[in-house]
Design a protein around this ligand. Structure first.
Ligand code: NAD
Length: 482
C-alpha cells in the first residue's frame, strides 16, 4: 500500500510545516500506515491567518458572489470526477466500509452544490421610518473564518459546516481532524485545477488539535471559529474565543433517542433503529444510541434487534462483504470497552459488550455490536456519548414517561419518533428537546434544511439558510436625505 504524503495549503502553495515534521496516519482496521501529514504548530497557524487576512481584504472575493458560485460549482464537479479516489482514501483512513464512504462523498458533493447555489442569494433588507431616511441592512462576510473538522464524517462535515463560509465571501482556513487529514487534503488539492479561486482565500493546515486549535481560537486576526466535534473541545474554543470576542459556531455531540410506540411500522422501525446506532460503528453525532420503547412490544422487538446486531459483519474496510468498520483508534476502543465492562455490573447485556476479533479483525479496533437493557437513568451509558456501536434500551409505559426518558440527558441533538398515529407523532415531536426530530425515519439530512443542537449539543445551525447566514455580519447603512 502506497503511503501518501500531504503538505499544508497556504496562499495557494503547498508547503511542509515550519518544523518539517510529519505525523503518520494509521488505518484503524489493521494499524498499517496509510498517510503522512504536516505536523503544524503555531508558526504555521500565524502564516495561514496572515495570508487569509491579506486575501480577504485584497482579493476579488468578498464582493463577487458570482465568482464564488463558479468556484464552488467547479469544486463539486472535481469531487465527482475524483469520486473513486476520494472514497478509497476515506475508507482507508477512517476504516469505514466502502459503501458508507460512497454515501459520504456523495452527500458531500450535494452540500457543495448547495453552497454554490446559495452564494448568489445573499440578500439584505431595508426599512424606512420617515420620509427622509432609509436604512439598508447589508449582509457582509465576517472575515477570516477557521473551520475545525471531526474525523467521523470528515468530508461531508467539512463541506456542510465550513464551505458555506466561502459561499458567503469569507476567507477560510480548514483544520481537518488528524485521523482523516489525508482525504481532507485530497479534497483541497482539487483546487489546484480551479484557477478562478483567488490566492489565499481557501487554506488548510493539519496538525494536533490541542496545539493548532487553541492558536486559532485565541488569534486576534481570526474573526470566527466554526467547529464540529466533541463537547469538551467546543467549551475550550468558546472560552478562548471570548478573549477576542470572535464569533463561534459549534456542532457537538449527542445521546439521541429513538422513541418507538407499539403502533410503529415494525419492519421499518427495526431496520432504522439498527442502522441508527450501528452504521459508521456508532460514530455518528446523531447516532440513536438510546432506544426508548413501549414495554408492551419490547421483548419481541429486542429479540429481533439482537438477531440483526449479531448478523452484522465487522471487517476490513475495502472488503465489499464488510457491513461495519472499526472504531477510530485504540484509545477510543479501550474507552468504549471500559464503558461496557462497567455497565455489565449494573445492566443486562443482551449481546456484544466485547472486542470483536473474528474475521481477521484482531489487528484492528473492532467492537461487537452491543445492546444493554434498562440501565439506571443516571448511569454513564445512559448519560454520556460513547461514540461506538453500543445501544442502550429504556422501556416506558406511558407517552409522558417516553418523553421524559428521551429528554433525560444534557444533550439535545436529534430524536426519532415511531408511530402511525399522527396525534402521537405531533404531540411527542413538539415535546422533544432536540434540533432534529425524524418521524418514522432516522438520520435523513438535507442540504436545504437546518440541523444542530439544543442544550449542550451546540450553538447555531449547520446547512440550510441559517448555516449560510451565520457566516455574515449585518451592516445597517442609515441614509438621511432631509
Ligand atoms: P474532537 O472534539 O476530538 O475533535 C474535533 C476537532 O477539534 C479535530 O479537528 C481536533 O483536532 C480539534 N481539536 C482538538 N482539540 C482542540 C482544541 N483544544 N481547540 C480547537 N480544536 C481542537 O472530536 P472528534 O473526536 O473529531 O469527533 C467526535 C465528536 O464530534 C463527537 O462528540 C461527535 O458527536 C461530534 N460530532 C458532532 C457533529 C454535529 O453535527 N453536531 C458531527 C460530527 C461529530
Amino acid at each position: 500500500m502506497e503511503i501518501k504524503r500531504y503538505q499544508n495549503y497556504i496562499g495557494s502553495s503547498w508547503k511542509d510545516s515550519s518544523n518539517s515534521r510529519v505525523v503518520q496516519i494509521k488505518s484503524p482496521c489493521d494499524g498499517t500506515v496509510v498517510s503522512e501529514i504536516a505536523d503544524s504548530n503555531t508558526d504555521d497557524v500565524n502564516e495561514a491567518v496572515t495570508e487569509a487576512k491579506r486575501a480577504f481584504y485584497e482579493e476579488d472575493w468578498a464582493f463577487n458572489p458570482r465568482l464564488r458560485a463558479t468556484v464552488l460549482s467547479k469544486w463539486a464537479i472535481k469531487m465527482r470526477e475524483n469520486f473513486d479516489m476520494l472514497v478509497e482514501r476515506l475508507s482507508l483512513e477512517s476504516g469505514k466500509p466502502l459503501n458508507e464512504a460512497r454515501i459520504e462523498i456523495n452527500n458531500a458533493i450535494g452540500y457543495m452544490e448547495y453552497s454554490s447555489a446559495s452564494a448568489r442569494t445573499l440578500y439584505g433588507t431595508n426599512t424606512s421610518v420617515n420620509e427622509n431616511s432609509m436604512n439598508i441592512m447589508v449582509r457582509e462576510p465576517v472575515g477570516v473564518v477557521v473551520g475545525i473538522e471531526p474525523w467521523n464524517y470528515p468530508i461531508t462535515l467539512m463541506v456542510r459546516d465550513s464551505i458555506p463560509a466561502l459561499a458567503a465571501g469569507n476567507s477560510l482556513i480548514i483544520k481537518p481532524a488528524t485521523q482523516t487529514s489525508g482525504v481532507s487534503m485530497e479534497v483541497i488539492k482539487l483546487l489546484n485545477d480551479i484557477p478562478e479561486l483567488p490566492k489565499g482565500i481557501c487554506n488548510a493546515i493539519t496538525g494536533p488539535g490541542h496545539i493548532v486549535g487553541p492558536a486559532f481560537s485565541e488569534h486576534p486576526d481570526v474573526d470566527m471559529v466554526t467547529m464540529t466535534g466533541g463537547l469538551d473541545t467546543g467549551k475550550d474554543i468558546m472560552r478562548r474565543a471570548a478573549g477576542t470576542m470572535k464569533k463561534v459556531s459549534l456542532e457537538l455531540g449527542g445521546k439521541s433517542a429513538n422513541v418507538v410506540f407499539a403502533d410503529c411500522d415494525w419492519q421499518k422501525a427495526l431496520t432504522f433503529c439498527s442502522q441508527a446506532i450501528f452504521s459508521n460503528a456508532g460514530q455518528t453525532c446523531t447516532a440513536a444510541s438510546r432506544l426508548v420503547i413501549d414495554e408492551k412490544i419490547a421483548d419481541k422487538f429486542l429479540a429481533e434487534l439482537v438477531e440483526i446486531a449479531e448478523n452484522i459483519k465487522p471487517g476490513y474496510c475495502l472488503d465489499p462483504e464488510t457491513t461495519m468498520g472499526p472504531v477510530s483508534s485504540e484509545s477510543q476502543m479501550n474507552k468504549i470497552l471500559n464503558y461496557t465492562e462497567e455497565a455489565k455490573e449494573y445492566s443486562e447485556c443482551l449481546t456484544g459488550g466485547h472486542r470483536y476479533l473474528e474475521n481477521d479483525c484482531d489487528q484492528g479496533y473492532f467492537i461487537a455490536p452491543t445492546i444493554f437493557l434498562n440501565p439506571p437513568v443516571n448511569s454513564p451509558i445512559v448519560q454520556e456519548e460513547i461514540f461506538g456501536p453500543v445501544l442502550v434500551v429504556q422501556t416506558f409505559k406511558t407517552e409522558e414517561k417516553a418523553v421524559e426518558l428521551a429528554n433525560c440527558t444534557r444533550y439535545g441533538l436529534a430524536s426519532g419518533v415511531w408511530s402511525q398515529d399522527l396525534n402521537t407523532v405531533m404531540r411527542v415531536s413538539r415535546k422533544l428537546r432536540s434540533g432534529n426530530v425524524w418521524v418514522n425515519s432516522y438520520n435523513r439530512f438535507f442540504p436545504e434544511c437546518e440541523t444542530g443542537g439544543y442544550k449542550e449539543s451546540g450553538s447555531d445551525r449547520a446547512s440550510g439558510i441559517d448555516g449560510f447566514l451565520k457566516y455574515t455580519e449585518i451592516k445597517n447603512i442609515a441614509m438621511d436625505y432631509s
